[in-house]
Design a protein around this ligand. Structure first.
Ligand SMILES: Nc1ncnc2c1ncn2[C@@H]1O[C@H](COP(=O)(O)OP(=O)(O)OP(=O)(O)O)[C@@H](O)[C@H]1O
Length: 297
């Protein structure tokens, strides 16, 4: 059963409007919430995780009213926050056992089995006696997932989990997430487009507190087919291109600038057609061009 978010709004006391009428349907599986820094992702994640109140709107998980039945939600929720602190002088095994007690797994035998299984699943079994202070960034994130999985949650929220991980650790983390995302709802909040294109069957793009687009990545990418054009230019040519074309992104490649332009027709003979990807969709949305029809998921 999906998580239904309806008309969620939040303005902080300093006047920052972090969420504006956010409406989303989040089905079982991995769901990517993609947006730049400050888009409102963490505000939304913390609200779903029952850690802060919206001004208005509703969130339902099956028949659970998330904003009112907080204790019941917490029993079925796993949360890996953006800033996940660990006690540095405690081992992974000890801390996980302690967190399992807090999660309400009172039976010692059951707890031992759960902790062992999670340490195995997150590939931390060999390092279970090591103090968490000596863990690498990737190991800490895998520990974060282990604690989020305590108590067999139905809903897992992970906030910017791969920032700062090296490619091998990121890969390992992706594999772990995709395994757990098969039967439950996993919401992955990130500003890294490839995290979403690699992992998520459904996604939304959010900016300035608003949902700009929701759908499945393949469908939204398909909507840009035949409309994205690429050209390799000198940096000095960029300003003129931006003035005359719908430039959705420009990036350096081998010292040159690769420009992606959105348009119904080839802008000039120097451009070649590109197979669009999720980055094109993302930049087209974030840079203010409503080019892909929002599809409800
Ligand atoms: N407690 C708070 N009080 C006031 N403003 C806040 C608070 N928390 C967040 N904001 C502001 O609300 C907006 C959304 O922030 P939020 O952290 O939800 O975005 P985000 O997409 O998670 O970004 P980031 O990836 O940088 O954390 C930002 O402008 C942020 O500065």
């Amino acid at each position: 059963m999906p998580l239904l978010i309806e008309n969620l709004s939040k303005t902080y006391p300093n006047g920052t409007q972090a969420l504006r009428n956010v409406t989303l349907t989040i089905p079982t599986g991995m769901f990517g919430l993609l947006g730049p820094n400050g888009a409102g992702k963490s505000s939304l994640m913390r609200t779903i995780a029952t850690l802060q109140e919206p001004d208005s709107g509703s969130i339902m998980l099956d028949d659970l009213d998330v904003l009112r039945e907080k204790d019941s939600v917490r029993r079925v929720l796993g949360y890996l926050p953006q800033e996940f602190g660990v006690y540095p002088r405690v081992s992974a095994e000890e801390l996980l056992d302690h967190l399992a007690v807090l999660k309400g797994i009172g039976n010692a035998k059951e707890r031992k089995e759960a902790v062992e299984a999670l340490l195995q699943q997150t590939n931390l079994w060999e390092a279970r006696k090591k103090n968490l202070g000596g863990y690498s960034g990737g190991m800490k994130q895998r520990f974060g997932i282990a604690q989020a999985l305590l108590g067999n949650p139905r809903l897992i929220i992970v906030d910017e989990p791969t920032a700062g991980l090296d490619p091998a650790e990121r890969n390992r983390f992706h594999n772990l997430l995709s395994e757990i995302g098969e039967n439950i709802i996993v919401i992955l909040s990130t500003h890294i487009v490839s995290d979403v294109s690699d992992l998520c069957r459904n996604m939304a793009i959010i900016n300035k507190g608003q949902v700009l687009l929701a759908g499945d990545p393949l469908t939204v990418i398909e909507q840009l087919r035949g409309r994205v054009w690429r050209k390799l230019v000198e940096k000095t040519e960029l300003a003129a291109l931006q003035a005359n074309h719908n430039v959705i992104s420009s990036r350096l490649f081998a010292g040159k600038t690769v420009v992606h332009v959105l348009g119904e027709e080839r802008p000039d003979s120097g451009f070649e057609e590109v197979n669009p990807d999720l980055e094109d969709v993302y930049f087209a949305q974030i840079n203010g061009r409503k080019v892909v029809a929002a599809a409800e998921v």
